[in-house]
Design a binder for this molecule. Structure first.
Ligand code: BES
Ligand code: ZN
Length: 837
């Protein structure tokens, strides 16, 4: 039998040679049974593509194992005897290939080769599978429910009565569908899925699509059959067996939305329902494409590694990302839940309907979903003032991107570990920031119509970086081009040119400089009379300009930068596109000051000359509202970034924020405060008591007015509430006596009422932190942590417990917790009979 396989493999190698994917020299890769594995690449061959999966799966919540079968309709593109697909940690019991009439191609049991380091299996069909014909691959398999957070995994929760209950849930993105079923686990292989799930009577089963019918199959088991899915990638498949409760509602367009949670947290699901209904309706309008499934579920899973996951029709969440308790959750908790829902619902279009061809372009999913959080919330929940936080997203991206270890937005990723690494601040936050820059450049309407064109062109299919740029602007005739702003000319001469402020721009070329090149540009500005001398270079922290490696790290870097600026004599934005290393702009008249990068809508840092910084510092001091709050925050950010890069003195930056005593907007205030706080933390670590004390007094004098103005309540708009949360937390952290007193007082009354009185939600964490500083307060919080049924509350208890300055107590608790975990884990080993060799 083995000899036959080897001979047939050599025959097959010839078929493979015809396919462009094949390069596997025979004998290089050995399967687990010692035979040559017919495929040597991490990515699957493209000569077999899945069309339709029929999946039956039965998780047994008592034995904690699952068994399943899958029949995959496949299309053969090139003649071959081998089917290579993904499988990880699955035991394959049977493998068969059927013809289009579902008749067995061979009466023998087919052997399955396994190649675990590529998470692949290969099935050999003695009969050649011919190109253009339809076949079915049938496999039976099983495995223990995974113990981690990927694949088909076990999750547990405790009821108030102390009973532990089990559920089984999936998380597949990016490469774990192969842990739950053998499949072609790459985003390009879109297929339809028909799912059946077996379960006991006290559980429900959920999957991407609505339930079609339930059949009682005997032995106290039920089989739920779900409708056929739309064409989608394997990482979006999901199924869950649990005993949850739910609330439902319907959108204006008839989509059924349901929120699920463990039964005792059911009352925390109502806010998510309202948000999901409103946000789904928003996206249907904004994208001008209806959500294609009849239902959308949002489910809070007790054990969940990521924040949330966008499985089509069955989105999964960490409890803190979905559940909201009006009596306990703070304004920030509400904002977080709304943003997470906004993110996962955006993926139903960006990611699910149009998917990146390969993981190197994951930013097309994540960058868009991150950006749409802001676009959707701004439209649907203006009172949440989400735009206040957008700058933080870009500041986060800049932090990473100003190190030489950063990477381009689109970058190579082949194996699962590299793919996992792509889900980082570059894909998410830099992606969102350059989309924001592009939107400001194209105008809101231009951007919206462009992305609608992209979604329509690639729906139920896959796209790459360049497809987005090609779709963003419509093609038009020379006449239309001359008359209209937003089109590419179809004639050769001006092809790909797009008009911007009278100039011809190649949008694709421009966006490549942001997506294929790592780093962030620094714009330097020198003003002489009416002339502005502008230069661009790569902004790098740590490496100073006098470092010998500085020049080589700059080499080859050039961006096409849409510049915007305001001056003391213009209250509107001026625009210019910089495509060279340096340029000179001429202003209409002499001005007192110039501020580049209006509202920080562009992804670049600006460094002015001595006079430039002086003029802006002076402007902030006398009339800070002449600049928008975003301009103020971005000046503070840029100045401190330049300090860390050794380009500006700390004194200059401190001068700039001298005006903060009269600042009332939370964004620049918190920006300045953040830098002072990190400065303080550095000094505090050095343990020089009087310097630490002086610095504390110095910082407090900036913010005393703002702190004293705060009430210990939940009153006001979300932005006021978030400012209160931050400022009071800082004041108590700095041991500001009035803050400590008030917090201690609130903590004592909370303890006296045995947790019955509800603390103002926005300050509760600060109150717990102050309470945790003495032994009895700490012990009481630990006890409350053990019994709370609200995850957001638990996380506040936890940070308060961790904030204790008594490090010995912390490590004692840590070790006793660890010991009890280890005891639980080791118990089965201790009870198991000794191994016989
Ligand atoms: N698609 C991701 C989930 C994911 C993250 C899968 C990492 C694989 C690896 C999801 O849409 C997501 O982005 N989740 C975020 C939370 C969200 C609010 C930004 C997460 O999990 O951090
Ligand atoms: Zn996402």
């Amino acid at each position: 039998m083995h000899l036959l396989l080897v001979i047939l493999f050599f025959l097959e190698a010839q078929f493979c040679v015809q396919s462009s994917d094949s390069s596997s020299p025979a004998g290089e890769n050995l399967a687990t049974n010692g035979l040559p594995f017919p495929w040597s690449k991490v990515r699957l061959p493209s000569y077999i593509v899945p069309v339709h999966y029929h999946l039956l799966i039965h998780p047994n919540l008592t034995t904690l194992r699952f068994n399943g079968s899958v029949k995959i309709e496949i299309d053969v593109k090139n003649n071959t005897n081998w089917v290579v697909l993904h499988s990880k940690n699955l035991k394959i019991f049977t493998a068969t290939v059927l013809d289009e009439h579902e008749a067995h191609l061979s009466d023998k049991v087919l052997s399955v080769l396994e190649y675990p380091s590529h998470e692949q299996i290969a099935i050999f069909s003695p009969k050649i599978l011919t190109s253009g014909e339809k076949y079915f691959l049938y496999l039976e398999f099983g495995a223990p429910l995974s113990d981690g957070f990927y694949g088909f995994y076990k999750s547990t929760y405790k009821t108030k009565a102390g009973e532990t209950r089990v559920l089984a849930s999936t998380h597949f993105e990016p490469t774990s569908a192969r842990m739950a079923l053998p499949c072609f686990d790459e985003p390009i292989f879109k297929a339809n899925y028909t799912v059946r799930i077996r379960r006991g009577p006290s559980h429900i089963a959920l999957s991407n699509m609505p339930l079609e019918q339930t059949v009682e199959i005997g032995n106290g088991l039920f089989e739920d059959q779900f409708e056929v899915s739309v064409r989608m990638s394997s990482y979006l498949l999901a199924f869950i067996v649990c005993d949850f409760r739910s609330v439902s509602g319907m959108t204006a367009t008839g989509i059924n939305i349901t929120i699920y949670a463990v039964p005792e947290k059911w009352h925390q699901t109502h806010y998510a329902l309202e948000a999901a209904l409103r946000l789904l309706e928003f996206y249907e309008q904004y994208f001008n494409i209806l959500y294609p499934l009849p239902k959308l579920d949002l489910i809070a899973i007790p054990d969940f590694q990521a924040g949330a996951m966008e499985n089509w029709g069955l989105t999964t969440y960490r409890e803190t990302s979905l559940l909201y308790d009006p009596d306990i959750s703070s304004a920030s908790d509400k904002l977080w839940v709304t943003m997470v829902i906004g993110h996962e619902l955006a993926h139903q279009w960006f990611g699910n309907l149009v998917t990146m061809e390969w993981w190197n372009d994951i930013w097309l999913n994540e960058g868009f979903a991150r950006y749409m959080e802001f676009v959707s919330l701004e439209a649907v929940y203006p009172e949440l003032k989400v735009e206040d936080h957008f700058l933080d997203t870009c500041f986060g991206a800049i932090g990473r991107d100003s190190l030489n270890s950063s990477r381009p937005i689109s970058s190579l990723a082949e194996n699962p570990a590299q793919i996992e690494e792509m889900f980082d601040t570059v894909s998410y936050d830099k992606g969102a920031c350059i989309l924001h820059m592009l939107r400001n450049f194209l105008t809101n309407e231009g951007f919206q119509s462009g992305i609608i064109r992209y979604l329509r062109r690639f729906k139920y299919s896959n796209a790459r970086n360049e497809d987005l740029w090609d779709s963003l602007i419509k093609t038009c005739s020379e006449e239309e081009f001359t008359a209209g702003e937003y089109c590419y000319s179809s004639t050769q001469a001006t092809k790909n040119a797009y008009r911007f402020a009278g100039e011809h721009i190649d949008l694709k070329k421009m966006m490549y400089t942001w997506t294929l090149q790592k780093g962030i540009p620094l714009i330097t500005v020198k003003r002489q009379g009416r002339k502005l001398y502008i230069g661009q270079e790569r902004f790098l922290k740590i490496v100073l300009p006098d470092d010998p490696s500085w020049h080589s790290l700059q080499e080859g870097y050039l961006w096409h930068i849409p510049l915007t600026y305001k001056t003391s004599h213009s209250d509107y934005e001026m625009k210019h596109i910089l495509t060279t290393k340096s340029d000179v702009l001429t202003l209409d008249e002499e001005v007192d000051w110039v501020k580049l990068n209006s509202d920080m809508n562009g992804y670049y840092i600006v460094h002015y000359d001595e006079e430039g910084w002086n003029a802006l510092t002076e402007l902030l001091r006398i009339n800070h509202t002449a600049l928008s709050f975003k301009d103020r925050a971005s000046l503070i950010h840029n100045a401190f970034q330049l300090v860390t890069a050794g380009r500006l003195s700390l004194n200059r930056a401190l001068d700039l924020i001298g005006y903060l005593k009269s600042e009332t907007h939370n964004v620049p205030l918190l920006q300045g405060l953040g830098y002072l706080q990190s400065f303080y933390k550095m000094i505090e670590k050095r343990n020089i008591a009087d310097i630490t004390h002086n610095l504390k007094t110095y910082i407090l004098q900036y913010f005393r007015d703002v702190i004293d103005k705060q009430s210990w309540s939940d009153d006001g708009m979300v932005s006021d509430r978030r400012l209160r949360e931050e400022v009071l937390s800082l004041a108590c952290d700095f041991d500001y006596p009035p803050c400590l007193e008030k917090a201690k007082h609130l903590y004592n009354s909370w303890v006296e009422s045995n947790g019955a009185i509800s603390l103002p939600t926005d300050v509760s964490e600060t109150v717990y932190m102050v309470g945790a500083q003495d032994d009895s307060g700490w012990a009481y919080l630990l006890e409350k942590y053990g019994v709370s049924m609200c995850e957001t509350e638990k996380s506040k208890f936890l940070s308060a417990l961790a904030s204790s300055k008594d490090s010995e107590k912390l490590s004692r608790t840590f070790w006793s917790e660890l010991k009890s975990c280890l005891d639980d884990a080791l118990e089965p080993l201790i009870l198991a009979p000794p191994l016989t060799l």
